[in-house]
Design a protein around this ligand. Structure first.
Ligand SMILES: NC(=O)C1=CN([C@@H]2O[C@H](COP(=O)(O)OP(=O)(O)OC[C@H]3O[C@@H](n4cnc5c(N)ncnc54)[C@H](O)[C@@H]3O)[C@@H](O)[C@H]2O)C=CC1
Ligand SMILES: O=C(O)C(=O)Cc1ccc(O)cc1
Length: 367
């Protein structure tokens, strides 16, 4: 498709969607906006966007597709602001937020003006944030839920699917209410449990520091998602409040039940508790998405010459800074290589950025 796409929020999801759109529509012009200047710079450096604008009002003027990929509280606010902005009559506005009811409700202002708003939620991601973690294939084979309002004809939904076909996702149309219940069960509530488990371990680690050192295997698996963006998850809980309150009540009952089984040493029922969970879990379709280990990444804009890599690794070695991983991101033809160096911790990442800034002419981005 030809046309202009405006992405608001150049993080993991906005960046990945931009890359997927470009893969399917080579001549598209993608413009981006973000409140974080680092993410704009990085998105330009990685060729995710062609251009950036200084305000949303400027970006929407010529856009054929407007895609919001910001935390859901921001999505709601921006959707309300869009209703007072100058937009093309046939523009499609969509979002990628993890909750839908409040955003679709806010979009009624836009729809009353005759503007098409179709809520969207690509059901894949990771605990990483920012444009640096964006990948064009992030949504391949994942479900992509669409929540159009009842008024929409299939024409606009098909146009949106055409824009997004590079995601290679499986589109499903559901109501905003059904969306919020489904994602509450399979995504939002599990995130609360993961964070709760980590907080419990934190409390106990004050009694015995071995708790944190021994936490491995199953604990790491079940709590990976507790490393996700707190801002994003705060907003999700506040925007899916009613569903989550019901799920918490059910969970408290479930815990009371298993507590009783343990207190009564009811070995048969305890066995059944785990056996039933295993059968259902083993029958679930397997998705290999999102299992990305946490790294502290530094992006370095380097010229494509043999000496530059050695210069940087040599400098870091001289400063005693250990590298856990190093790779060059292949960008589009006219852009030089972007070196991504991973460190064990934030302190090493900051030291490396400072050393590269002091001793070389290469630009670094912490994102
Ligand atoms: N992280 C994940 O795995 C998934 C996230 N989502 C949803 O996608 C949306 C974006 O999440 P991520 O890309 O993961 O977060 P992210 O933190 O990687 O990116 C969000 C970006 O939005 C920018 N931003 C925040 N407020 C803004 C504003 N008012 N105007 C312009 N830019 C603003 C931030 O600076 C950041 O660059 C959220 O609504 C989230 O619920 C959906 C599917 C998966
Ligand atoms: O990293 C993971 O496993 C996730 O759970 C990613 C994720 C986060 C939020 C969403 O709305 C959808 C997917």
């Amino acid at each position: 498709m030809n046309g202009k796409v405006f992405i608001i929020g150049l993080g993991l999801i906005g960046g990945s969607l931009a890359m997927a759109i470009r893969q399917a529509h080579e001549s598209v012009h993608i413009v981006g906006y973000d409140v974080n200047e680092n993410n704009i710079q990085l998105a330009k450096l990685l060729g995710i966007v062609d251009d950036s604008v200084d305000s949303i009002a400027e970006g929407v003027l010529e856009a054929d597709l407007i895609l919001l990929a910001v935390p859901v509280d921001q999505t709601e606010k921006i959707v309300i602001q869009l209703a007072d902005m100058k937009l093309k009559d046939d523009v499609i506005v969509t979002d990628a937020g993890s909750t839908k009811s409040t955003v679709v409700e806010a979009a009624k202002h836009l729809m009353n003006r005759g503007i098409t708003f179709i809520g969207g939620h690509p059901m894949a991601g990771s605990h990483k944030s920012g444009a640096g973690a964006a990948k064009p294939h992030l949504f391949e084979n994942a479900f992509y839920l669409l929540t159009p309002s009842d008024n929409y004809h299939t024409k606009e939904i098909n146009q949106l699917k055409e824009w997004l076909k590079g995601t290679r996702a499986n589109f499903l149309v559901v109501s905003p209410h059904t969306h919020d219940w489904l994602t509450g069960v399979i995504s939002h509530f599990p995130h609360i449990i993961a964070a709760g488990l980590v907080k419990q371990a934190q409390t106990y680690s004050e009694e015995n520091e071995l708790v944190a050192r021994l936490a491995a295997g199953g604990f790491r698996d079940i709590t990976r998602i507790a490393s996700s963006s707190p801002e994003m998850w705060r907003d999700i809980l506040l925007h899916n409040r009613d569903v989550l309150l019901d799920l918490m009540d059910d969970w408290i009952m479930e815990m009371a039940h298993i507590k009783e089984l343990v207190a009564n040493r009811d070995s048969g029922e305890i066995y059944r508790f785990f056996a039933e969970a295993k059968v259902f879990r083993d029958d679930m379709p397997v998705h290999a998405k999102g299992a990305i280990p946490a790294y502290y990444d530094l992006y370095v804009d380097i010229p494509d010459t043999p000496g530059s890599l050695a210069e940087i690794t040599g400098l870091l070695a001289q400063k005693g800074i250990s590298i856990t991983n190093i790779r060059i991101i292949e960008t589009r033809e006219e852009i030089y290589g972007v070196l991504v160096i991973s460190f064990q911790n934030e302190e090493d990442r900051l030291k490396a950025a400072e050393a590269i800034g002091n001793y070389t002419t290469y630009e670094t981005i912490l994102a």
